[in-house]
Write a protein that binds this ligand. Structure first.
Ligand code: BGC
Length: 754
């Protein structure tokens, strides 16, 4: 390790460090020397000017070196390029003679990943869908800022995170990494996450562009979807996120969209992303998602990751033969260089330091408090009052920790997996790989309710759990659903015997509360039998403390669902997940196959199979509304320990809408209400019954009323017109609706828009 450390340090840095070490107490140690001065060091020039100056100095090989990765690194491999891997998922090497830094990339959806390889700590935040329940752009910014800071501390310069696919298929094993079902909410939150990342001069990223909505057969699937449906749903989320964040990277996805792979899809990359969204950064392929050289280059891919099958020597040859023009090559290079300047990475070189663990804990706890959603609270069973003397926690490994989301987003638990999985069953290659953070609800509840008042039983034996529940004042059953990249859920039902356990406990104690740790919606066949339900998501390294505070009533819950909880899988647009035929299936190496062979097989292109997204615009609540389906819990729903009343709606039209109303806290506790504004459309628009067009978080003391004004820009209620490839306002009557959730909208006002 020592020798590699010194190899990473340029001489000027080493001598600066030595001088600092000899400096008087109080002087800052290991301060980086300012980068050497180049013509493009001049910060008064634009990122584009600076990039162009560098390009003029670059050889063809140097240009090509920026356009591909160095092979699978993941902490072990030492690439031959002279730049050592920092242990992340990918990198492009530095060009020291020109002062261009390496781009060291690490997955970082809900925290910096793969710490275990290098013995590094990083803060595991509430998963992305969970944190979206805060509806809080400022919290999203802090989420991203923490990730950016910890990436920098660990020597990385680019985040691979920013997942913003809409859950067309909520059983997608990566739903936990995304921001929910509404493009305005998802785009706004993800945009703020990436803005936070980039505020630390780390390159941000949005992924997986686009329509990568299921993991099953993800390398082969062809998503069939209309342009209008894409533009108003999934692509709209990307568009909004980009506008807010100016993210430097967009990762194209594995799947095909309307016939072409996303990473060589002219419509997605050139027409929409680069032309219409005016994206200035670079497109990088998902890992192994590049399938050609000239086609991918022409159609808008800028960088292949993690290897160089198509954008290494093959690209060089294509440039030399004229198949790819010099101008096209330089455009790819320009996008990468301008991003290095625009994000400030060039001017603020990354310097490693020990992350601020306590600071990370504080942010993680605050975000968890805002993310947890109270779904049911019969007869005010919650918060548990001081008269509750004995509480039994049941199941869900609540004595050990909380579950996390897996795959490339996996943040390694500090100190190791709190619940090591059983060894794989005979014949099983991987087995269960759930990882649990060592933040036990049992400990957090004891700290808040008193040591001797809280006990735990495993739930392995439902009869024993019921007996323990009978003897307690209240029983809290922990249900969970493990989720990961590379798999889809068989069903939204809680797996194994968890539903049975909950029913058995509920029959024994009327004060049964269910806490769910899931990264996607869950069905609840026992909903009428329990008194309380709390959705805690994958709550992160301080999730248990946040949860205990909410159960005790020290924090009043504010979270509201960013995704609908349907009653059953049968109510989904695709009641049955479309599974790939065996030849399109492999998404991980076969036993005995090495990763490079597997990658080559994948990159050749597995045979396509079709998924038809005929639900089109009707994603999430738009589907259930249009189909008039009752749901378990609607989009935007969440309870509080206080109550709110809405009154006095007025809507001013003009350049956009100005929506004004009053919210009153009618209860006895201070709280924050997430007030939502939706609109319907004229019949001729062909839109689902309603669309979210704005919201506000309103903080209210008991009894307090506040006027709320929400300004709604016109682009929130235009529709995409396919023939003219543009957004249009459909003239006619619109009903603006205001209230507490997508299905609780007491205020309405009709306006005519021309
Ligand atoms: C995932 C990406 C991830 C990449 C690098 C891929 O398998 O789909 O989300 O960023 O690996 O780890």
């Amino acid at each position: 390790m020592h020798s590699s450390f010194s190899r990473l340090l340029p001489c000027s840095l080493l001598s600066a460090a030595l001088i600092a070490a000899a400096a008087p107490a109080g002087a800052q140690l290991f301060r980086p020397a300012p980068p050497a001065h180049y013509a493009w060091s001049d910060q008064s020039l634009s990122p584009d000017q600076r990039a162009d100056m560098v390009i003029k100095e670059m050889t063809l090989d140097e240009r090509i070196s920026l356009l591909h990765g160095q092979g699978f690194s993941f902490g072990q491999q030492r690439p031959s390029s002279g730049t050592e891997s920092n242990g992340g998922a990918g990198l492009t090497p530095a060009i020291p003679r020109l002062g261009i830094p390496a781009i060291q990339m690490a997955d970082s959806a809900y925290g910096v990943t793969r710490g275990a390889f290098m013995g590094r700590y990083s803060t595991a935040l509430t998963n992305n869908l969970g944190a979206a329940s805060s509806w809080d752009p400022q919290a999203a910014f802090e989420y991203g800022q923490l990730i950016g800071r910890e990436l920098r501390d660990q020597g990385y310069s680019m985040s691979l995170g920013g997942g913003v696919n809409l859950p067309r298929e909520p059983r997608n094993g990566r739903t936990f990494e995304y921001q929910g079902e509404d493009p305005l909410l998802a785009g706004t939150l993800d945009g703020n996450v990436e803005k936070g990342v980039q505020s630390e001069h780390i390159i941000g990223d949005l992924k997986h562009y686009a329509i990568n909505d299921q993991e099953s057969g993800r390398n082969a699937v062809n998503a069939n979807i209309s342009a209008r449906a894409m533009r108003e749903t999934d692509l709209r989320a990307f568009e909004i996120a980009l506008k807010i964040s100016d993210a430097g990277g967009v990762m194209c996805s594995y799947n095909r969209v309307n016939g072409d792979f996303a990473c060589e899809n002219n419509y997605l990359l050139n027409d929409v992303l680069k032309r219409d969204f005016k994206f200035q950064g670079f497109v990088l392929s998902d890992w192994g998602g590049t399938h050609s050289t000239a086609k991918a280059s022409h159609n808008g891919l800028d960088m292949e990751q993690p290897g160089e099958t198509f954008f290494g020597d093959a690209l060089k040859k294509a440039v030399e033969s004229g198949e790819v023009s010099q101008a096209e090559l330089d455009e790819h290079v320009h996008r990468i260089l301008r991003t290095i300047f625009a994000t400030g990475l060039f001017d603020h070189p990354v310097v490693r330091q020990v992350p601020d663990v306590d600071g990370g804990y504080a942010i993680a706890e605050k975000i968890a408090e805002k993310s947890i959603v109270l779904l049911k609270d019969s007869n005010h069973v919650l918060p548990l009052s001081a008269s509750v003397r004995s509480i039994v926690l049941i199941g869900g490994h609540a004595d050990k920790g909380v579950i996390t989301g897996g795959g490339s987003a996996q943040v390694n638990p500090p100190g190791g997996n709190a619940v090591p999985p059983p060894p794989p069953a005979p014949g099983e290659r991987f087995g269960r790989r759930e990882e649990w953070l060592p933040d036990a609800p049992l400990q957090a509840f004891k700290a808040r309710f008193g040591d001797s008042n809280v006990s735990y039983v495993s739930g392995d034996d439902p009869a024993a759990a019921a007996a323990a529940a009978k003897n307690a004042d209240a029983a809290i059953v922990f249900g969970y659903q493990g989720e990961s990249e590379g798999m889809d859920l068989k069903s939204l039902d809680l797996p194994d015997v968890q539903n049975k356990l909950i029913e058995t406990v509920a029959a024994a104690n009327p004060k049964t509360i269910v806490v769910l740790e899931t990264g996607s919606p869950a069905t609840m066949p026992w909903i009428d039998k329990v008194s309380g339900v709390i959705e805690a998501w994958f709550p992160g390294i301080r999730g248990s403390e946040a949860l205990a505070k909410i159960v005790a009533g020290d924090v009043n819950p504010t979270g509201k669902l960013a995704i609908t909880f349907p009653k059953s899988d049968a109510d989904l647009p695709h009641p049955t997940l479309v599974l790939p035929p065996p030849e399109s299936e492999p998404h991980r190496p076969a036993p005995g196959q090495n990763i490079s062979e597997f990658m080559a097989q994948m990159q050749k292109g597995l045979p396509a199979f079709q998924v038809q997204y005929d639900e089109g615009l009707k994603v999430g609540y738009k589907w259930y509304d249009a189909e008039k389906k009752p749901v378990l819990f609607p989009f935007g729903f969440g309870l509080s320990y206080t109550t709110y009343a809405y009154s006095g709606l007025s809507v001013k039209t003009g350049d956009g809408l100005t929506v004004t109303f009053t919210v009153k806290n009618t209860g006895h506790r201070a709280g924050t209400e997430i007030a939502q504004v939706y609109t319907s459309f004229p019949e001729s628009a062909g839109e689902p019954p309603k669309r979210l067009i704005g919201w506000a978080r309103v903080e209210l003391a008991p009894g307090e009323s506040k006027p709320v004004t929400i300004t709604v820009p016109q682009d929130r209620y235009t529709v995409y017109d396919e023939p003219s490839e543009s957004w249009k306002l459909v003239p006619g009557s619109y009903t603006v609706m205001v209230g507490a959730s997508s299905r609780d909208l007491p205020l309405t006002k009709s306006v005519s828009l021309q």
